[in-house]
Design a protein around this ligand. Structure first.
Ligand SMILES: NC(=O)c1ccc[n+]([C@@H]2O[C@H](COP(=O)([O-])OP(=O)(O)OC[C@H]3O[C@@H](n4cnc5c(N)ncnc54)[C@H](OP(=O)(O)O)[C@@H]3O)[C@@H](O)[C@H]2O)c1
Length: 326
């Protein structure tokens, strides 16, 4: 059955939910009808902020038949269990990245989605960004020849506040929070690596503060990636090939363009500019609504196979990081 407008609930009333809520307002096929918080008052305040009819706690959402789909904007450690609960209540889910804390959690959500016959996707908005999609299209069409290497990092010193980023209990992790973007880019461009070398700084309680990793491929191709939440690591990306290279400026995970060097005149680069809508989430939200409306259970731009590939690499990186090294 084709559904024209998808009724959404937003779970969690933090910063990311605030940004996504204002982008939902730009999406014709979506209406935010409910907000969920651990505090009914916060839920109601946030509902007022985003024009939703009601604010309540999780149990009320699970019994609310008017909600078709749920956006989860809560800490990493909660994603898998909350997604499974929503799927078991027959809701479609869009789960903030990372979809889970490891491969096993991703698999649990996939199994629950299959059992419920509902749409589920990780909110990997970077892959829906029009400039990023054009970048990948051009690379695959050979604009820089055969890709030989990728360099990408997301290092930004975040304030040491009480947010889940710094909490071991809530599975704070710069690899899961920031590192997932450079890893996703490398896999989109080069595919699954043969070997991985990773090192980083991990607190004794297991929260990783920063890491750098080299992904190695057949034929000497490689990706050099880094993430940090305690200092800057040039938050840009570049992709190099046999006929040229591309620079993606800060913030590469939410870019509105890139520059291509290559061809007959290396000193005449070509810059592409595609401005982002809102805070950058409308293309992903539109795609999720469209997929749900068409009865799809995964989205071809970020299907389960891609999510598994990224978590395979994230798990292999994490296994090389040593707690107590920070
Ligand atoms: N796509 C992006 O651009 C982007 C950007 C930033 C973050 N993120 C992702 O978004 C997620 C949330 O990040 P954040 O920094 O916004 O987290 P956060 O501020 O620590 O938490 C977000 C909200 O989740 C709820 N929450 C907190 N602890 C909870 C718990 N134990 N159980 C259930 N709900 C809880 C709270 O809302 P209530 O108090 O109302 O329950 C809180 O305001 C993370 O997975 C992160 O990776 C994505």
């Amino acid at each position: 059955m084709r559904v024209n407008v998808i009724n959404w609930a937003i779970v969690g009333t933090g910063d990311i939910s605030r940004q996504v809520a204002s982008d939902f307002a730009l999406v014709a096929g979506a209406k935010v009808v409910a907000v969920v918080s651990r505090s009914r008052q916060r839920a109601q305040d946030f509902a007022e902020y985003c024009g939703a009819d009601r604010g309540y706690e999780m149990d009320a959402l699970l019994n609310d038949e008017a909600v078709d789909a749920v956006y989860l904007g809560t800490p990493h450690a909660t994603h898998c269990a909350l997604a499974v609960r929503c799927l078991e209540a027959d809701k479609h889910v869009l789960v903030e990245k990372p979809l889970g804390v490891d491969k096993a959690e991703v698999r649990k959500v996939e199994v629950a989605a299959a059992a419920a016959g509902r749409f589920a996707m990780e909110a990997m908005w970077m892959k829906f960004n029009p400039a990023y999609r054009q970048l990948i299209t051009e690379i695959r069409a050979g604009v820089i020849g055969e890709v030989a290497s990728v360099r990408a990092s997301f290092g930004i010193p975040f304030p040491k506040d009480s947010g889940s980023r710094w909490s071991a209990e809530l599975r704070g992790s710069t690899l899961l929070d920031q590192g997932i973007y450079p890893v996703t880019l490398a896999l989109d461009v080069l595919g699954q690596p043969e070997t991985i070398h990773a090192a980083g700084r991990v607190r004794v309680d297991g929260v990783d503060l920063g890491e750098h990793m080299t992904l190695e491929y057949a034929g000497g191709r490689f990706a050099q990636l880094a993430a940090s939440m305690t200092e800057f690591v040039d938050p840009t990306a570049s992709i190099s090939g046999t006929r040229g290279w591309i620079q993606v400026p800060f913030p590469f995970w939410a870019t509105s363009g890139y520059t291509v060097w290559g061809g007959p005149d290396l000193f005449s680069p070509r810059t592409l500019s595609i401005p982002m809508d809102g805070n950058g989430y409308p293309p992903m939200l539109t795609a999720a609504c469209d997929a749900i409306g068409r009865g799809l259970q995964e989205h071809p731009v970020h299907p389960w196979s891609d999510i598994h590939r990224v978590f395979d690499v994230l798990d292999r990186i994490r296994n090389q990081l040593i707690p107590g090294s920070a």
